[in-house]
Design a protein around this ligand. Structure first.
Ligand SMILES: Cc1cc2nc3c(=O)[nH]c(=O)nc-3n(C[C@H](O)[C@H](O)[C@H](O)COP(=O)(O)OP(=O)(O)OC[C@H]3O[C@@H](n4cnc5c(N)ncnc54)[C@H](O)[C@@H]3O)c2cc1C
Length: 337
């Protein structure tokens, strides 16, 4: 049996952010992840200046591909608007492994299945024991499943469905493109170039709204793929793969005793652009702070709006998540453009 004061289940952005803060304070921390890093992670890999700042990331010192966009092209009903901005892209394959290694925490490859409590301890698969437990394993997080699901079940109307592909591609257009509501998609599709000749393209939508419409995300992928072929002469090298995660809903109950939920396990992605990396990082850091200082674990002021919470933000929140109850006021926004 392996014992540590704090165990983090999941070594993505939420887990590595928590690990880094805890390790820097000298805490006894262990990260368990079912994958060996570097591992593949479905994600467009767009990161905001806020995320770069929260990570204290010196762009010049980052050893992998890092691309900054000067423009974001918004497309709606055939109309394209280039909007000046500063946003970035990375490859999650490289980024997550680098962040986890930078945290300095010990990482053990282990797929967590069962968690039980015994007095002040959490037991994991009868093989690991800790006093503090951080759930950072994304949508299928076993910490959530074992300890939180009954108290705060997921809201189906906030669940996304996505399909994407990342592949080497000699792109000519270095800007990011987003197409909203094409063919009635309750979401958007994207073209995100990466440094060193990589490209990420995908479609994302609210799963329950697709279901209401009797549609499948794969139909939207086919429309999108033929659009990319016409516009950029891109031929998809293979079929896309999918992943589902939850955008921001009510956040009561992200802590029970000394167990915490962070990132996608807590459902923190923004409601207008489904941005999850930044909120994952912030929540991981806050879980670490709560453990280190004994302070409350609060997530309410982590932004739920990538676009600043103004009219466009609210319209998109409404268009994506209607049926999930009224959209909630949006405190502490940050701006993408
Ligand atoms: C197609 C797609 C595109 C996206 N694009 C963007 C984007 O451009 N920008 C953005 O900000 N957000 C984007 N997101 C959202 C973003 O990827 C997530 O919100 C973010 O990765 C959440 O981080 P996390 O650390 O909570 O979880 P994850 O990054 O999912 O990390 C969870 C970790 O837990 C591990 N794990 C899972 N189960 C277990 C287990 N049982 N035992 C041990 N380990 C386990 C996994 O191996 C993984 O390493 C996108 C998501 C998708 C699906």
């Amino acid at each position: 049996m392996r014992s540590a004061e704090i165990i983090i289940v999941g070594g993505g952005p939420a887990g590595s952010a928590a690990a880094r803060s805890l390790k820097a304070a000298g805490a006894d921390v262990l990260v368990l992840d079912k994958e060996r890093f570097p591992r593949h992670k479905l994600c467009a890999g767009w990161i905001t200046p806020q995320a770069v700042s929260d990570l204290q990331l010196e762009i010049g010192a980052y050893p992998h591909g890092f691309l900054s966009f000067k423009r974001l092209h918004w497309h709606l009903r055939g109309l394209g608007v280039p909007v000046p901005c500063v946003q970035h892209s990375i490859r999650r394959f490289e980024f997550d492994a680098w962040l986890l290694e930078r945290s300095g925490a010990e990482v053990v490859q282990h797929a967590v299945k069962d968690i039980r409590t015994d007095g002040e301890y959490y037991w994991i698969d009868e093989a690991f024991r800790c006093r503090y437990l951080i759930g950072a394993a994304g949508t299928p997080c076993p910490v959530r499943r074992a300890l939180f699901d009954q108290l705060s079940p997921r809201t189906r109307a906030l669940q996304t469905a996505t399909l994407e592909l990342e592949f080497p591609y000699d792109w000519r257009d270095p800007d990011c493109h987003l197409w909203f509501f094409e063919h009635g998609l309750p979401g958007y599709s994207w073209y995100v170039p990466k440094a060193s000749g990589w490209l990420n393209v995908g479609v994302g939508a609210m799963a329950s709204r697709l279901k209401q419409r009797g549609e499948n995300i794969r139909e939207h992928w086919r429309h999108f793929a033929s659009h990319l072929e016409r516009r950029f002469r891109i031929r998809m090298p293979s079929d896309p793969t999918g992943y589902s995660y939850y955008v921001r809903g009510a956040l009561d109950g992200a802590r029970i005793g000394n167990a915490f939920l962070t990132g996608d396990s807590a459902g923190l992605a923004t409601r207008d652009l489904c941005e999850g990396i930044g909120p994952a990082i912030q929540s991981g850091q806050r879980a670490a702070d709560a453990i280190l200082s004994g302070s409350a674990y609060t997530l309410g002021d982590i932004t739920r709006a990538s676009l600043g919470g103004g009219l466009i933000s609210r319209a998109m929140d409404w268009a994506f998540t209607r049926g999930a109850g009224p959209s909630i006021p949006m405190p502490a926004p940050h701006r993408v453009v």
